[in-house]
Ligand binder design. Structure first.
Ligand code: HEM
Length: 405
């Protein structure tokens, strides 16, 4: 039998254009396989991935990886490395739980209802800036801008600092890529220091005069007499940016693409706006926008269905295969916004379940409503291009839509 390395290359143009044949082959022939190219195990299948997300022997801490660079002394660490020390994925179980508990109220449905008005203003403003055009690039002019602005307004960053915040987001998202060497990481993370200075200034302002934003909630949050220090607050915002700014970009684009490709289903959502939430789940399941998966590191030797995973080895849970597993979804190839989504694990499962799920769902719902209110006759063109160098997503970096204005 051939090896995974013989057919699986998520960085290839073929995969980026249509990943489904490769994901299906992983599912049917290589559900658990060693991948030489990345020196890690690839794990596919809905139940299997869900099981791994709940398996306490598998950690999210990159520092446990057999090839992780040695830990530096505190004084030698860059700002990026200090942020990562307190990142939700790299903390001990106890610290993770504590920080998560402190952060959760800031994502409550009540806060999200309040945020929806702010999101609507951001999107309206963006669409007005686009103007009465015949065509526009949805990817560059909406999808790449709104998610980071939405997080900025949740955090409480004033609009004049949105660009600095966006550079901070970029640095964190790109810096996390384990394949970068030191020089490349230094370059990718060059905007982080300015972003942190801005956040620290805002923290001081909010300490004096709290507002109704995430930063103020973090300052006031208390767990058994325990409060967050500045680094912990910045690292929490960093975790939110790492997990939420880039992922949402693809959801914006693929939602519009998938619905325009299925006009009868778009019609259903336009007539009953409540269907948008199921449509979001279906887009995440069906469009397979990720190139890689969720990383885990074995904390002990593990035997998984006969495969010997050694302590400190890396595992990539290929989450796109979870949505294509026929045991979890009938006729998985079919895009159907009305289907049952109870096996959908696009937002994870277990201790690291996505904190931002209500935020991104509200944000995308608002975006959908505003876009179709401004451009009711939106139409696809075949002018679409992919960013072949994006580190973990099948990112469309050109997605031209006709407005029929
Ligand atoms: C389409 C958009 C999104 C998708 C598909 C997504 C998916 C996920 C998944 C699968 C996880 C679990 C990761 C793991 O177990 O390794 C996760 C965690 C997380 N997500 Fe999201 N996410 C999205 C948007 C967001 C947004 C907008 C935010 C915040 C504003 C956010 C914040 C987080 C955080 C902080 C975690 C880590 C939670 C923890 O470790 O306890 N995500 N997300």
């Amino acid at each position: 039998m051939s090896k995974v390395d013989d057919f699986f290359d998520p960085t290839s143009k073929e995969f980026i254009h249509n990943p489904h044949p490769y994901l299906d082959k992983l599912l049917s022939d290589f559900p658990i396989a060693w991948f030489e190219k990345w020196q890690c195990w690839l794990i596919s299948g809905n139940k299997r991935i869900a099981g791994c997300l709940l398996d306490r022997r598998l950690s999210t801490d990159f520092n446990l990886w057999e090839y992780a660079p040695p830990k530096k002394m505190d004084k030698e660490k860059t700002h990026f490395e200090k942020l990562m020390d307190n990142n939700l994925f790299f903390l001990s179980r106890q610290d993770h739980l504590r920080l998560r508990k402190l952060a959760l109220p800031a994502f409550s449905p009540r806060v999200m209802d309040f945020m929806k008005k702010k999101f609507a203003k951001l999107v309206k403003q963006r669409l007005e800036e686009i103007g009465e055009v015949q065509k526009f690039d949805f990817s560059k002019e909406v999808a790449e801008i709104i998610p980071s602005q939405a997080i900025a307004s949740l955090v409480g960053v004033p609009e004049e600092y949105f660009d600095i915040f966006d550079n901070l987001a970029y640095g964190i998202v790109r810096g996390i890529n384990p394949m970068l060497d030191d020089e490349e990481r230094g370059e990718a993370t060059s905007g982080i220091e300015e972003g942190l200075n801005m956040l620290n200034d805002l923290i001081e302002e909010r300490r004096k005069l709290p507002g109704e934003d995430f930063l103020s909630a973090l300052i006031l949050a208390e767990e058994e007499g325990d409060r967050l220090n500045n680094w912990e607050m910045c690292a929490l915002i960093g975790s939110v940016l790492a997990a939420g700014s880039d992922t949402a970009v693809d959801l914006h684009s693929y939602l519009i693409k998938a619905l325009l490709e299925h006009p009868e289903q778009l019609d259903l959502v336009l007539k009953d706006r409540n269907l948008i939430q199921n449509a979001i789940s279906e887009v995440l399941r069906h469009q397979s926008s990720g190139k890689t998966g969720l990383a885990r590191y074995a904390t002990e030797n593990i035997v998984l269905e006969g495969n010997k995973i050694k302590k400190h080895q890396m595992i990539q849970l290929i989450t796109s295969t979870a949505g294509r597993d026929p045991e979890a979804f009938e006729d998985p190839e079919k895009f159907n916004i009305l289907r049952n989504q109870e096996n959908n694990i696009s937002f994870g499962q277990g201790p690291h379940y996505c904190i931002g799920v209500t935020l991104v769902r509200s944000q995308v719902e608002v975006m959908f409503n505003e876009v179709f209110s401004r451009f009711p006759s939106l139409e696809l063109t075949d002018d679409i291009a992919y960013d072949y160098f994006h580190h973990n997503a099948r990112r469309m970096n050109k997605f031209i839509l006709k407005t029929n204005f």
